[in-house]
Design a binder for this molecule. Structure first.
Ligand SMILES: *Cc1c(COP(=O)(O)O)cnc(C)c1O
Length: 432
């Protein structure tokens, strides 16, 4: 057993300072066992906790670290940049460089604006869509997460109710009314609602690769159908690519499925481990943003040069090499080996995956809708998580979260982690 004494003590102190002891809720380990690990350093695919145990990390800061921890080029670029100061609140060459790199290599967008988080990107994209269309309502899907934006913290109510209920206190009823919530993978329902509310709907927002509530992979035909319906009813389509952007390919899900959304939001990888988000669209749509147009949006630390440097170093690596096919191959191999064992043993589960994202799903069937996830299966994840931590493998502390494989995970690391995972699954099913 790996002790967690120092982490436990730090967590006690943190609970005095921060609500729940954390600065972002899932970090509190509420749905797994024990206190959260306090991490003191990361290198490559490994992290080390305050109790000096090292783990193969599949959380990777929830996605940004596609090159792994403490990547030499990224670190050097940050250090070089920070020597010249940290923030000016004025344009910098680095902002141009990152903007230029993205726009030159991403054929689905023409202009971009940098912000400081994924949430801010989504919030701004929604305002932009409303400003462009002059309409207020937004359609979102049950099972997609878009950050803690007021009008998107809405979850499906009972049955087929189109108007959801707020999933957080503090959200005015009036905001909830502007959000329509629908199940994924159901074009008929979508068209019905679009027809009925045609005059009121500004945008549909979707995670084209839903990866915040399990990995609810959609069919390409569904996403194409969604695009066609948005065009038919004059509704803007927002792809929230905060997770999928630069993850399943440089052009994210838009490129993966070859679908042209109207607005794309970015976060996570775009900042290479520092706080960056962005929203992007055609030149025409972006011309509505202040100071060119009437939709106000601003940020004191937007396009912060140090953050731009980290994003630039990361995206240069991603743009320059065949990194995506390698990541996908490694992931397929990793997932394939585990699935062989699962099938041999007849365990009622599977691993869903796309690109370098995987999800441990405690159901045999592919799941496309949030409502199909059995909450009781999360007990299995809890057991697995504890087993893996004791053996040196770190997964995000919730069964609804996906895992990420980075360029720093070597074949040997993956072989070792895979073996531990197999034994972890044996442990789960032998004790259940
Ligand atoms: C992570 C995420 C967000 C929120 O980004 P933050 O940087 O945490 O605010 C929004 N949308 C999606 C799809 C995400 O994965």
């Amino acid at each position: 057993m790996r002790d967690r004494q120092k982490s436990a003590r730090l967590f006690e102190t943190a609970k005095e300072y921060f609500p729940g002891g954390v600065n972002s809720p899932v970090r509190a380990f509420k749905s797994v066992s024990g206190p959260p690990l306090f991490i003191k350093k990361g290198n490559g695919c490994k992290i080390t906790c305050e109790d000096n145990h090292t783990y193969i990390d599949f959380c990777c800061s929830w996605g940004p670290l596609i090159l792994g921890h403490n990547h030499e080029r990224v670190r050097n670029r940050i250090v070089e940049t920070v020597k010249n100061g940290t923030s000016f609140g004025a344009p910098t060459r680095l902002g141009n460089q990152l903007g230029g790199l993205i726009l030159n290599k991403h054929q689905y967008i023409e202009q971009i604006r940098f912000v400081s988080s994924g949430t801010e990107a989504v919030m701004s994209a929604i305002r932009l869509a409303r400003g462009v269309t002059g309409k207020d309502k937004i359609i979102k899907f049950d099972g997609c997460y878009h950050g803690h934006v007021d009008s998107l913290l809405v979850s499906a109510g009972s049955g087929l109710a189109t108007f959801g209920t707020s999933s957080s206190a503090g959200i005015p009823e009036a905001f909830i009314k502007e959000t329509l919530i629908l199940p994924l993978d159901d074009l008929d329902r979508l068209e019905e609602v679009m027809k009925k509310h045609q005059e009121e709907i500004a945008a549909v927002i979707i995670e084209p690769i839903p990866a915040n509530n399990g990995l609810l992979l959609q069919d390409k035909e569904y996403l194409q159908g969604l695009r066609a319906l948005c065009t038919k009813y004059g509704v803007l389509l927002i792809f929230d690519e905060v997770i999928s952007g630069f993850r399943v390919g440089f052009e994210g899900a838009a490129g993966y499925y070859d679908i042209q959304p109207d607005i794309i939001t970015f976060g996570k990888i775009i900042g290479g481990g520092l706080p960056v988000g962005a929203f992007a669209a055609s030149r025409e749509i972006m011309s509505h943003i202040s100071p060119e147009g009437p939709v106000y949006q601003a940020g004191t630390l937007s396009a912060n040069p140090v953050a731009m440097a980290a994003g630039l170093a990361t995206l240069e690596e991603l743009a320059g090499k065949h990194i995506y096919s390698q990541l996908e191959e490694k992931t397929q191999h990793f997932v394939g080996k585990i699935m062989e064992h699962v099938e041999e043993k007849g365990y009622p589960m599977h691993l869903a995956s796309i690109g370098s994202i995987f999800w441990i799903c405690f159901s045999q069937h592919r799941i496309k809708k949030a409502s199909e996830i059995d909450p009781a299966s999360m007990e299995n994840f809890k057991k697995l998580h504890e087993y893996l931590l004791n053996k040196g493998v770190y997964l995000g502390p919730s069964g609804y979260e996906v895992g990420f494989i980075s360029a720093a995970h070597t074949d040997d690391d993956l072989e070792m982690a895979g073996q531990i995972l197999l034994r972890g699954l044996d442990h789960v099913y032998e004790t259940s």
